[in-house]
Design a protein around this ligand. Sequence first.
Ligand SMILES: [Zn+2]
Ligand SMILES: [Zn+2]
Length: 71
Amino acid sequence: MNCFDCTQQQKSTPAVAICCHCGTGICPEHLLLTTEEVHHEAGTGPAWGKRSARRATCRICGGAEHETPTT
Ligand SMILES: [Zn+2]
Ligand SMILES: [Zn+2]
């Protein structure tokens, strides 16, 4: 799979990640990595503490403002 955003620009760059929102391939240039803390509702069981979940999105779904969506 190639990066979807690069394909829009007539480039073909191998994707290194998949956008978790729209499912398109993303190259390192267009990749947006965010981390979010996952909170476990620990009842009486052992709490795992804070863990960081990694979320990979394309820049469109990540809300980057300097990228103009090509519609
Ligand atoms: Zn790209
Ligand atoms: Zn996306």
